[in-house]
Design a protein around this ligand. Structure first.
Ligand SMILES: [Zn+2]
Length: 409
């Protein structure tokens, strides 16, 4: 009863303002019964690009559950720490505060037990938030509320801001995947699992017969979820995989409808809609797009008509397993000295702190093709208040990565 009361209290604590608040009849959840093989504990930073035959089906949530199977932390829905101490009356404070400059700065501390590669991995996962949203993770100075990112026993987090130092567990062994880190950070931002949305039954069918009774609360639907007027997202980094909590080998617990072949669950990182949802929940004025197909195109707004003044847009290109290759087909930007006015700039990675592949470029000469050193490339397009032009158009493809052993630099 004590546990139950605690859960009900926890369930009452999220406001409609959160993305997917918990409903108030939450039942006892259990530890996972995931009956799967032992995972190999890979580290994304030692092998930043999965090979083409890599575990595409090994979605984020599978990884999380495997690791959390041995966790002593009590968890709901597989990886969420129940809230224990917050007034249910008013949870406006569950979101992290926004500064007057529009940036939401979230202080964090890192576990000293992390090695350099882990720190880099966590920073890389955070950098995408900074590039694509107004969320900035900043090293804690003396702030009262902060994230304590620790290598505890599993991959888990609270919903939203709890107050004081709150743990986000990113265990060294099994959670060091960009998508997993981003998943847990998104919980801390106030996001629940995508399949918990009030409208989920229009998009997925929950196969209750393959879910053991103790696990069924993990599939609860939150009738009051704030869906932010954005579409259901099968490819969300917050979506369970198809076999999550299945009690029967080979039987899916979540089936997309009407097209059951739609892929759900992934571990590449935030989806375009994940980013849009963060930007909406936190009132970020950001122009950002994730392009995660094997190939595709991008162009300045209105192209081939003139682009607008005073804009700043970024495209994160994230192909699978290969290097991103970018080719411009058209390029027509206002010319200024040093391209300080309107410009395109390209980074070798997923953030503006990544190395620069093509520095600020303007004018009408079509730039040469660019190849990134990995499957990530960030393209930035900035315009000032003077003059416009038709802008640019480019295509990207994934080019084959050389074998690691043949790379000498
Ligand atoms: Zn989760």
């Amino acid at each position: 009863m004590e546990l139950k009361g605690c859960l009900v209290l926890a369930a009452l604590l999220l406001p409609a303002a959160l993305a997917f608040p918990i409903q108030d009849d939450y039942e006892n959840s259990t530890t996972t019964t995931e009956p799967t093989e032992v995972t190999t504990q890979e580290n994304i930073y030692e092998s930043p690009s999965p090979t083409e035959t890599d575990e595409e089906d090994e979605d984020i949530f599978n990884k999380i559950l495997k690791v959390n199977k041995d966790s002593s932390q009590f968890l709901q829905e597989g990886d969420i720490v129940p809230r224990r101490s917050r007034s249910a009356i008013n949870c406006r404070q569950c979101n992290w505060p926004q500064s007057s400059d529009g940036i939401v700065r979230i202080p964090y501390e890192l576990d000293p037990a992390y090695e350099e590669s882990h720190v880099k991995g966590i920073h890389d996962a955070m950098a995408e938030f900074e590039a694509l949203t107004c969320i900035n993770f900043v090293k804690r100075k003396a702030e009262r509320d902060y994230l304590s990112i620790r290598s505890a026993d599993g991959c888990w987090s609270n919903y939203g801001r709890v107050g004081g130092g709150q743990t986000v567990s990113v265990m060294k062994g099994g959670c060091m995947w960009k998508g997993v880190i981003q998943h847990e950070l998104e919980h801390a931002l106030g996001f629940l699992h995508e399949h918990s949305r009030s409208d989920r039954d229009k998009h997925v069918k929950i196969m209750w017969e393959y879910i053991s009774p103790p696990d069924r609360p993990d599939f609860k639907k939150f009738e009051n979820s704030n869906n932010l007027d954005l579409p259901y997202d099968y490819s969300s980094v917050m979506h369970y995989g198809p076999y999550t909590f299945s009690n029967t080998t080979g039987k899916a617990t979540i089936v997309p409808i009407p097209d059951r072949s739609v892929h759900i669950g992934q571990r590449q990182g935030m989806s375009n809609l994940d980013v849009a949802k963060i930007n909406k929940l936190y009132n970020c004025s950001r122009c950002s797009t994730i392009l995660d197909g094997p190939s595709g195109s991008l162009r300045s707004a209105n192209y081939p008509r003139n682009y607008s003044d005073n804009t700043n847009c970024v495209w994160l290109i994230r192909t699978r397993s290969r290097k991103v290759s970018l080719h411009f087909q058209a390029f027509q930007l206002q010319i200024t000295k040093g391209c300080q006015g309107d410009y395109v700039k390209v980074y070798d990675g997923s953030s503006k702190s990544s190395p620069v592949l093509m520095d600020k470029t303007c004018g009408s000469k079509i730039p040469n093709g660019i190849v990134a050193s990995s499957n990530l490339m960030l393209v930035e397009f900035t315009t000032d208040g003077a003059q416009t032009a038709s802008g640019f158009q480019a295509t990207f493809t994934a080019v084959r990565t050389q074998r690691r052993s043949s790379i000498h630099n």
